[in-house]
Design a binder for this molecule. Structure first.
Ligand code: FAD
Length: 412
């Protein structure tokens, strides 16, 4: 009987646990998480913060789900380190759990803003269910809020304000929202959407410091331009530091994320990694990639699990190769980020009307990602083009047609 220890009970870790049980009914599986609740839908905590979804709809697994599969679930438990010589996972209380294969599915930790009073009451990060409950509580009594971080997570915070009737100012250091994914024309569509729900984008503005009242509650943001923005709540959505620490003392290596190949193997033959925490060899773009999305985390968890079991048995391994989709559902029109739109070296974009836009990202002549606003019916065709990996740099016009004809894209 092989023992598998999984650190992290997010979608990557929980999917891995489920897959191991399916692949090897005799396996001894332990899942360890520092969170106080079993797997919930991290994507939907934004709907909870908006006040649109009750708690029960966010939960994915009850404790009984683990019991039914004979998985030893440890909640509120921090993994302190991995001891590769003894093949033990060491917990914060000193307990050691032996493994034949360990999976690091540890995700990331949202970054703090390193400015004076950056941790005052009323300043929120947005990553866990606990964060979401606090945000919702504070928004219920707020009038004004400020958001920092012009990316996909910041937009979730913006709509949490909007749905709670809180006036928002959205500070962006550059000249537009998500400048790595969109050009000015595409971003303008999103700026209009924000304004229409009472969130005002403020460009060329960062945070110099927060001002607090006598009780330590945030009351104002002082911008890097010197401008002051009163607020009862602030949302800091400036990205994640990936939780790579557990590779220390092992042969597994980490850069920004934990380095794994397309089979989710680290350099330590008994340690695998999956989900947001990985910096994986992406066969679709031919280089290392980091992908913070639900699809990718779930797919990596499944592949890592299959490969851990296969390697215990001496079987062939399976490669990870999916085109992730990240949908944003807050706007008055659909929005999808497909593949790796920020990895492009060359871009082609078209705006079809007020709320209809497409931007394509190419690398080495191949399509590697796209952002679709409005017409998302072409997602299937674009996914195929990314997956095929054919050189299509001279097919930009065909790929920007409102309806894509794949035969025309493939024609010589
Ligand atoms: C508000 C919000 C909205 C999002 N919206 C979308 C969306 O629309 N589409 C999309 O594709 N993605 C979205 N995402 C991103 C998506 O949720 C993540 O990419 C995905 O959940 C990552 O899963 P994971 O299992 O890799 O990591 P996580 O879910 O972060 O799980 C890692 C777990 O490991 C635990 N852990 C870490 N270190 C230790 C340790 N030493 N000991 C014990 N436990 C540890 C952590 O506490 C955590 O529970 C959103 C995320 C948020 C927060």
């Amino acid at each position: 009987m092989s023992s598998y220890v999984i650190v992290g009970d997010g979608i990557a870790g929980a999917t891995a646990a489920e897959t191991i049980c399916e692949e090897d009914s005799d396996a001894d599986v332990t899942v360890i998480t520092e969170e106080r609740e079993p797997l919930y839908n991290r994507i939907n905590i934004k709907e909870f913060a908006k006040g649109k979804m009750p708690e029960d709809f966010i939960r994915m697994h009850e404790k009984s789900w683990y019991e039914e599969r004979d998985i030893d679930l440890r909640l509120n438990t921090n993994v302190w380190k991995i001891d590769p010589d003894e093949e033990n996972v060491v917990l914060h209380d000193g307990e050691q759990i032996p493994y034949d294969k360990a999976l690091l599915a540890t995700g990331g930790t949202p970054r703090d803003l390193p400015v004076p009073h950056g941790d005052a009451d009323g300043i929120h990060k947005f990553w866990t269910f606990v964060h979401s409950r606090r945000i919702r509580r504070d928004l219920e009594n707020a009038d004004d809020a400020v958001i920092v971080g012009a990316g996909l997570l910041g937009i979730d915070f913006a709509y949490a304000l909007a749905e709670n009737d809180v006036h928002g100012r959205y500070l962006m250091r550059g000249d537009r929202w998500w400048r790595y994914g969109l050009d000015e024309e595409g971003a303008e569509i999103i700026h209009d959407e924000l304004r229409s729900v009472g969130v005002e984008p403020v460009f060329g503005e960062g945070v110099d410091r927060f001002e607090i009242d006598r009780l330590g509650q945030v009351e104002e943001v002082v911008g890097t331009t010197g401008e002051r923005y009163p607020c009862d709540v602030a949302g800091v959505c400036i990205g994640l530091d990936l939780n790579t620490e557990l590779t220390e003392g092992t042969d597994a290596e980490a850069d920004e994320g934990i380095l794994v190949d397309e089979y989710m193997r680290t350099d330590d033959p008994d340690i695998y990694a999956a989900g947001d925490v990985t910096e994986f060899h992406d066969v679709l773009i031919g280089e290392r990639n980091i992908n913070g999305s639900w699809d990718s985390a779930m797919g990596q968890g499944e592949i890592a699990a299959k490969n851990m079991v296969a390697s215990e048995r001496g079987d062939d391994l399976e490669e990870f190769s999916i085109v992730p989709k990240y949908s944003v559902s807050h706007f008055s029109m659909p929005f999808i980020s497909l593949g790796s739109p920020t990895k492009g070296e060359e871009f082609a974009a078209r705006r079809y009307d007020d709320k209809d836009y497409r931007r394509l990202a190419f690398k080495d002549g191949r399509l590697v990602g796209a952002v679709l606003i409005g017409n998302v019916r072409v997602v299937g065709q674009l996914t195929k083009v990314i997956q095929n990996g054919e050189k299509v740099e001279d097919r930009q016009d065909e790929l920007l047609e409102e309806q894509i004809d794949l035969d025309a894209v493939a024609a010589d």
